[in-house]
Structures are given as C-alpha cells and as structure tokens.
Unconditional design. Structure first.
Length: 251
C-alpha cells in the first residue's frame, strides 16, 4: 500500500518539475522577446526576395521600432485584405480593436519593401505560451493585392519557421477562417499545417459549426540554423511559383 506521505512527496516532486519547466520556458520567451534581437540577421539569404519578377527587401522588427508611416501602411494592407472576411463571421470588424491588437503584448513584424521603401507585405507574430509550451503565433500574414501569386506569402511563413526554430519555440500556430478556402488550401495543402489540439474542431467537435475559425499548427524541429535555411533555399524555384498568398488571419 502506498502511504499518504509517499503520495504527497510524489505530487510535490511533480509540481517542482512543472515549475522548473515553466521557468525555463519563460526564460526562452523573455530572450526571444528582447526588442534588441535581430531575428533575421542569421538568415542573410532571407532578407531579400528576388523571385518571380520581384525584387524586395525583408526586415524583422519589434513593434517598438516600427515607425508610424510603416504601421499605417501595414494596417491598410490588413484592412484591404481582411475586413470583409471578419465581417462575414460573428467576430465583425473593429478598426480600434484591430489597431490595439497589432500593438499589444510584444508583437514582432516581418516587413517587405520594394526599392522605393513602399511596404507590400508583412507578417505579424508573437512569441508566447500556448497550453504551457513555447510557440510562435502568427497573427497575420498579408500580401498586397498586386504582389499575390508569386510565392511571397509562402516565403514569409518559411522565415517564421526558421525564426521560431532558432528561438527554441516548440511549434508555430495560426488561426484561419473556415470561410476562406484559399487560406485553408495554403496552410493545409501547401505548407502542410494540421489541426492544432486547441482548435474547435478537436476541442468542441459537437458544436464545431458554431465557430468561424480553425487553429492550425506545425511542429518546429530544432535543426541547426544553416541546415534549416539550406533546406528551404535548395527547393526548386517552381515550388514558389503561383503559391497563393491569401488573406489570412489569426487572433
């Protein structure tokens, strides 16, 4: 028979182990969220996008380093792409709430510019906890209408995977509207994301129809930085041609 004292010691040990894991995870997140980080610096080939007739530069910045003009252009791309998508579900569209969301809780941005410094695409992401594990959560990946269909959206998501892996995140996550089939195809079929365990489809299958979104994720393998980048760059150019860059949203 196991004594009460033994059970208490076991619970205490388990709690101590859990707290140690959470403490280590918090250190990882604190390090990743340091505004001084240069997350794209180790991946020089990914600071440019010279494919399919495009010649663009890509930078990674903490929100605190985003100037107002850049933020305004980012917001306008988001609004042009996503306002109707939000209005088509129960969430609705609120400019005030969306602007607040884009600035809160240590957000990071990939910003894509042309030679005139005009912003044509961006990704909005955060390093965060989800179900007690460290994740890179992509809130938005948006490409302006004139730049779609040239592989840029896929390229940005691959950059996020590299950044997430280097920052020791366990997985990358994104929220996709169920009524956006192009986005569903992009993530399920092209990028090979799967339903996350926190998605309504899994958490609440009986009432799944009441939700207008799915939560998708992909496990991030802890590859060495050079090998992970080389694997992406070694893929044939044709894999990037006509890859949809859909209006996609996570919240």
């Amino acid at each position: 028979m196991v004594s009460k004292n033994s059970k208490a010691k076991e619970k205490k040990a388990q709690r101590k182990e859990m707290l140690a894991k959470l403490g280590a995870a918090q250190q990882v997140l604190t390090k990743a969220n340091n505004p001084a980080n240069k997350h794209l610096e180790p991946f020089a080939p990914f600071q440019k996008y010279n494919r399919n007739g495009l010649d663009l530069s890509i930078e990674c910045k903490h929100y605190s380093d985003i100037d107002e003009a850049t933020f305004e252009r980012i917001y306008r791309i988001l609004e042009d792409n996503m306002k109707k998508e939000y209005e088509a579900c129960t969430w609705g569209w609120s400019e005030k709430e969306k602007r607040t969301e884009m600035k809160e809780k240590d957000p990071w941005y990939l910003v894509v510019r042309d030679s005139t410094q005009t912003v044509h695409a961006f990704a909005h992401f955060k390093f965060d906890f989800d179900e007690e594990i460290e994740v890179l959560y992509c809130y938005e990946v948006q490409v302006s209408d004139e730049m779609r269909g040239r592989g840029l959206g896929k390229f940005l998501m691959q950059i996020l995977e590299l950044i997430g892996s280097r920052s020791q995140m366990k997985k990358i996550m994104i929220t996709v509207f169920k009524h956006n089939p192009r986005a569903q195809h992009f993530f399920y079929d092209i990028l090979k994301y799967t339903d996350d365990e926190t998605s309504p489809k899994i958490q609440d299958p009986i009432d799944e129809s009441e939700y207008c979104y799915e939560i998708l994720s992909k496990e991030l393998k802890q590859k060495s930085q050079p090998s992970a980048a080389a694997e992406i760059l070694s893929k044939p150019l044709k894999q990037f041609k006509q890859s949809p860059a859909p209006p996609v949203s996570g919240s």
